[in-house]
Design a protein around this ligand. Structure first.
Ligand code: HEC
Ligand code: HEC
Ligand code: HEC
Length: 444
């Protein structure tokens, strides 16, 4: 643990003192001044507050962006792709020169909730401050205590964004904020109980779930920041993965999930309906599994209260294996069934039910039913990134087929999966697979 500001204010303090003395001020005055200055590090927060701050940092998943792979905790440097170009996350350790050691609590609150750094420059909204704007003062204070006193200072200089003039000018972000930033912190909604309001507060605020799960508008802004907007959490494509619909929609959303199913997914990354992959793996690894039961259950309760939105308005999924059983028994007649029997069936089953929660089911899986097939193509090409629950990596991750199957074979097998077991989702084209293959391989 580090005692903040002591080291920083020391040179200043002695300089001030020397000035006082050189002006010939009386000893009493100098002593009074000293007493004043040394009263300043009253900043030291108690251990419980720092611990609560550490918990809130996990809820906010600060490490997902501010800790680079193999990098020091919170020292930044992770590249992020934005519509303007590549930017790098910053050092938020309490190092006074390269991190945020010089931030007062007010500076920190402004960065988190308004997207303005200490020196006054506007942050790109890749930092999810439009969500963090809802975080309450007492939680910002606990986070500040943690970052100042519970995080090791690391000397690591921030990297400039790879965005060229004139797009690198930051003042237009002020205009963006005027349009899209709502500065009001979360206020409990009357008529809703404590758990619902806790869930809403976490999902909309620190959890920043909408930053991935809500579609973006023309200004790259989230189309809704809470349940009052129709697009809220209806699903969105980001970086080659489709972040699922989290409303009560019964096919692609969470309509068929119970609150317990949802809590299980957030705690362990899998349940009887689906399993985590893509960007969600990181969220579960670093954030939701660390949440206490009260908070996970509150999130589940809140999400289950969202009325159905998005989806195509079709009837609710009902399991039916008849036609699929026929194709699988005569795979010679069906190119997709051929690939499925050879490469997928031993894990996902002839009945498409897999062995959940270990092996994801494909029958009725919301990600399989989703109109946008990006996630399915991506997961088949690249497999799943390791889910790590309580320190234990998932024993049987989904293998990567990029080097095994052609674009045509992947399109065929996914078309088969999307039509199988009464899934009724559209065919997948070869061009779609080729595009994602090129894109994800370039990123590797
Ligand atoms: C989705 C990625 C992401 C997450 C999650 C995230 N940040 Fe950031 N943050 C960024 C990026 C990117 C920047 C730099 C933006 C820029 O340079 O314009 C940033 C900048 C900051 C800054 C300004 C620092 C400086 O040097 O100017 C602070 C403070 C900060 N983040 C704190 C936090 C805290 C606290 C959390 C967790 C509650 C958090 N961030 C979570 C992406 C993220
Ligand atoms: C960095 C982006 C990102 C963030 C932030 C994020 N998610 Fe996700 N989430 C995804 C992606 C991508 C998927 C689709 C892959 C999957 O099913 O795991 C997903 C899937 C899910 C699913 C499974 C839905 C299904 O039909 O299979 C749930 C539930 C979920 N997220 C809840 C949340 C909650 C709650 C939060 C906020 C605490 C959150 N997510 C934050 C990207 C994100
Ligand atoms: C070795 C076992 C194994 C094989 C073989 C396998 N998978 Fe998977 N698959 C998994 C596991 C396990 C998951 C869940 C992801 C995780 O836990 O990492 C998964 C997840 C998926 C998902 C995402 C489902 C979701 O939860 O939303 C799809 C789609 C998928 N597999 C398709 C296929 C296809 C197509 C093939 C054949 C080309 C295949 N799988 C072969 C084990 C396997």
């Amino acid at each position: 643990m580090k005692t903040i500001n002591a080291s920083q204010s020391r040179p200043q303090r002695s300089r001030g003192l020397r000035r006082l003395l050189s002006r010939g001020a009386g000893g009493a005055l100098a002593l009074a001044a000293l007493a004043c200055v040394s009263a300043r590090p009253a900043l030291a927060a108690d251990a419980a507050t720092i611990q609560r701050g550490a918990y809130l940092a996990a809820v906010g998943d600060c490490a997902a962006c501010h800790t680079a792979p193999h990098g020091k905790p919170f020292a930044g440097g992770l590249p992020m792709t934005t519509p303007l170009g590549r930017i790098y996350t910053t050092n938020i350790t309490p190092d006074p020169d390269t991190g945020i050691g010089g931030y007062t609590q007010a500076d920190f609150a402004r960065a988190m909730r308004e997207g303005v750094a200490k020196d006054g420059h506007n942050l790109y909204p890749a930092m999810p401050y439009p969500s963090y704007a809802k975080v309450r003062d007492e939680d910002v204070a606990a986070l500040y205590a943690y970052f100042m006193q519970g995080v090791q200072p690391v000397k690591q200089t921030n990297r400039d964004a790879d965005i060229k003039w004139p797009m690198n000018m930051r003042w237009p972000l002020k205009i963006w904020n005027a349009f899209f930033l709502d500065k009001a912190v979360y206020r409990d909604k009357p008529g809703k109980d404590v758990a619902w309001n806790r869930g809403a507060y976490l999902v909309q605020g620190l959890g920043h779930c909408g930053s991935c799960h809500t579609p973006r508008g023309v200004g790259f802004n989230e189309k809704a920041l809470d349940e009052s907007g129709g697009a809220w959490l209806t699903g969105a494509l980001l970086d080659g993965w489709y972040a699922s619909n989290l409303t009560g929609e019964h096919n692609t959303g969470l309509g068929r999930w119970s609150e317990a199913d949802l809590a299980q997914f957030l705690k362990t990354g899998a349940n009887q309906h689906a399993s985590a992959f893509g960007a969600m793996t990181d969220v579960i690894n670093k954030s939701t599994q660390a949440m206490n039961d009260t908070d996970v259950n509150a999130i589940a309760l809140y999400l289950k209260s969202l009325p159905a939105a998005g989806g195509d308005g079709g009837p609710a999924y009902a399991y039916d294996a008849q036609t699929t059983r026929v194709s699988l028994s005569r795979p010679a007649n069906d190119a997709g069934a051929r690939v499925y029997t050879a490469y997928c069936m031993h894990c996902h089953g002839a009945d498409g039910r897999g062995f959940a929660p270990m092996f994801a089911p494909l029958a009725g899986n919301p990600n399989v039913l989703e109109k946008d097939a990006s996630s399915l193509i991506n997961v088949t090409l690249n497999g799943t990134r390791d889910l790590v629950i309580q320190g234990v990596p998932a024993p049987y991750p989904m293998p990567a087929y990029a080097d095994v199957l052609s674009d045509k074979q992947i399109a065929d097998v996914l078309t088969f999966v999307r039509a199988g077991w009464n899934n009724k989702a559209g065919a997948v084209g070869v061009a779609e697979v080729a595009k994602l293959r090129t894109r994800t391989q370039a990123a590797r």
